[in-house]
Design a protein around this ligand. Structure first.
Ligand SMILES: NC(=O)c1ccc[n+]([C@@H]2O[C@H](COP(=O)([O-])OP(=O)(O)OC[C@H]3O[C@@H](n4cnc5c(N)ncnc54)[C@H](OP(=O)(O)O)[C@@H]3O)[C@@H](O)[C@H]2O)c1
Length: 273
């Protein structure tokens, strides 16, 4: 039987998930209803063509307890909205950065079954990464329900702690932005040696697309594929030498640590519960 799902928040992440769910090949059998709870109808408008999607402005308007409620709002408004959902007997899934399981349990007494999920925006094209963390009350059936919700949206993995989720946030949660930034920087470099904007953008985009697809399907690790492109004293070696001399690995490590620290800052409440 199809799932009913309420999505709280339809911004960047909420709409990426919703588009992903609506376009799954088995979407019609997997999901029977989506209620999108959002302050403004405009964000939900593009999805309302699908008869399974309805916009509501508050949880009080939900006609029944959905099987699953997914929270996709900014972490700082969680405290304000969670009390509105206490009475629901649904499985709760939150994608908010930083907030620990203990934080939710503090606002959702008696204990609710809860999952912290960390997806990334490529779920919208079924190429995401989704990390999942269960609280103590989650049953095997509810775990299966959660997997039914996310299967097909990308690579799913269960993790063991809030800390794991914070670390994954810094890698795959924020990671698409790092990749977009790299694409932008390669395009800008192409412009700097004389290509027009459109050609530069295509060269960068197709290079990333081809190389990441190749790395994904190849039996060789990226380090070996890199060596295949790098002849001694050749053009690639000259470029990589600059990246190494200027500490590209260190830079990426520092960026990831900054994201991890920020995720921990956003979850500071965990210290007081
Ligand atoms: N973006 C990512 O790549 C990403 C990745 C992983 C996790 N996350 C997490 O996902 C959550 C959402 O992030 P986002 O990037 O999607 O932010 P966003 O684009 O700002 O979306 C948040 C949405 O929540 C809506 N909203 C505000 N108050 C609400 C309420 N009381 N009830 C229902 N909806 C409400 C906002 O509506 P209005 O705009 O109409 O005010 C907005 O559309 C965050 O906790 C973030 O940590 C994001």
């Amino acid at each position: 039987m199809g799932l009913s799902l309420a999505l709280v928040g339809c911004g960047a992440m909420g709409s990426a998930l919703l588009k992903g769910w609506l376009t799954l090949s088995d979407s019609q059998t997997r999901f029977k209803a989506f209620w999108v709870i959002a302050p403004h109808r405009a964000n939900v408008e593009p999805f309302l063509e699908d008869p399974r999607v309805q916009w509501v402005s508050s949880p009080q308007e939900l006609p029944e307890d959905p099987d699953i409620i997914v929270f996709a709002v900014k972490p700082f408004i969680m405290e304000e909205i969670l009390p509105l959902y206490k009475a629901f007997h649904s499985l709760f899934i939150t994608v908010a950065t930083g907030k620990s399981l203990a934080f939710y349990e503090k606002f959702l007494s008696p204990p609710h079954s809860l999952i912290r999920a960390m997806p990334n925006t490529p779920v919208t094209i079924h190429q995401g990464v989704i990390a999942l963390l269960a609280n103590a009350t989650l049953t095997a059936d509810q775990k299966r329900l959660c997997e039914k919700c996310f299967e097909g949206l990308g690579f799913c993995t269960w993790v063991k702690s809030d800390e794991d989720i914070d670390k994954i946030t810094a890698i795959s949660g924020s990671g698409p932005a790092y990749v977009f930034y790299l694409i932008e920087s390669l395009a800008q470099a192409a412009e700097s040696i004389g290509f027009d904007k459109e050609t530069a953008s295509n060269l960068a985009l197709y290079t990333f697309w081809g190389a990441s697809t190749y790395a994904h399907i190849s039996n060789d690790p990226p380090s070996v594929l890199r060596q295949h492109v790098t002849s001694p004293k050749g053009t690639t070696a000259a470029a990589l030498n600059v990246l190494e001399t200027d500490g590209f690995y260190n830079l990426m490590e520092a960026a990831v640590k900054a994201a991890y620290n920020r995720a921990r800052e956003l979850g500071d409440e965990r210290k007081s519960v």
